[in-house]
Ligand binder design. Structure first.
Ligand code: AMP
Ligand code: MN
Ligand code: MN
Ligand code: MN
Length: 287
């Protein structure tokens, strides 16, 4: 039985492990095929490939792209992408710029709330200056503004809270096109997290499918059984291939451990059925 984990983060975005450490941990958790899918960047992929070659893990180059559909924020995973794709790299570069502008505005809003220096503070928590809300959350917890990351989100960073900045992420159609331009497959990440009504979710999936979306993440680290069962139904209904990924960020959150994912029904079509083209070989290489 091959163990897949196709949604994970490293220090290239808001994970706490370097790509090398992430691959080591995945190996310990008996993951055979690992995708690194940092937010809006592929900066960690080359390091992950080097580590994967040394540890007989198959590393699939990936990315989790911030997007919007009908004014709601959604995340699209690109898997098996060519990380040299000029189109994709140019667009990710723009998203990095957008993230910086947004983070500066978050800093200004938090300052108005009596928390100065959050932009510079959050920057200290990044390795690649790829700023996410998670970096702000870590800074605010260490500043004693809240007891936990989830509390920071609840009081400051979630939609409608003082530090939240509405961001014009690229629309779904464009994001799917960039992933296709890079030879990859587009997968809708963690559908249950958007809290859409059933009919809105069906509309999203129909649009996604029409635009060339291939897969849907049916199980992730924080998901529960009902969610997974519902996602599987949606996968079947819309003829989308099933994907699974822990959305691992940090060893301190054991509920999203690498590779800890449910088994899927044997007859369910998956994103790995046809094999990946750009995954590193699972066979140990000796240099
Ligand atoms: P951003 O892409 O900058 O908006 O940051 C989104 C990231 O924040 C997500 O990928 C999660 O890692 C994290 N996040 C969002 N909501 C929460 C929450 N309620 N608790 C903890 N982390 C969260
Ligand atoms: Mn994240
Ligand atoms: Mn996500
Ligand atoms: Mn993620």
């Amino acid at each position: 039985m091959i163990k897949y984990d196709l949604h994970t983060h490293s220090t290239a975005s808001d994970g706490t492990l370097t790509p090398t450490e992430l691959v080591h941990r995945a190996k310990k958790q008996h993951v055979d095929v690992l995708a690194l899918t940092d937010h809006d960047t592929v900066a960690g992929i080359e390091e992950a490939i080097t580590a994967a070659n040394a540890h007989a893990i198959s590393l699939i180059p990936g990315v989790e792209i911030s997007s919007q559909w009908q004014n709601a924020g959604i995340h699209i995973i690109g898997l098996d992408i060519d990380i040299q794709s000029n189109e994709l790299l140019a667009q990710l570069q723009q998203l990095q710029t957008l993230r910086i502008t947004r983070a500066q505005e978050m800093g200004r809003r938090l300052a108005k709330e009596g928390i100065p220096g959050a932009y510079q503070g959050a920057l200290q928590y990044t390795k690649e200056e790829n700023l996410t809300r998670t970096h702000f959350a870590r800074f605010l917890v260490d500043q004693g503004q809240a007891h936990s990351i989830s509390n920071v989100f609840k009081h400051y960073l979630a939609q409608g809270k003082p530090g939240y900045v509405k961001t014009e992420w690229p629309i779904l159609e464009k994001v799917v096109q960039w992933i296709k331009a890079a030879g990859g497959i587009a997968i809708l990440a963690h559908p249950a997290r958007y809290k859409f009504t059933a009919s809105k979710m069906r509309r999203l999936l129909q649009d996604f499918k029409n635009q060339g979306g291939v897969g849907i993440e049916v199980a992730h680290g924080n998901g529960n059984r009902d969610e997974t069962a519902n996602n599987i139904k949606l996968a079947e209904q819309f003829e989308l291939r099933a994907s699974i990924g822990s959305d691992f960020h940090d060893p301190a959150t054991p509920w999203s451990e690498l590779g800890r994912l449910p088994r899927l029904p044997a007859d369910l079509p998956t994103v790995w059925d046809n094999g990946f083209q750009r995954g590193t070989s699972i066979v140990e290489t000796t240099f």
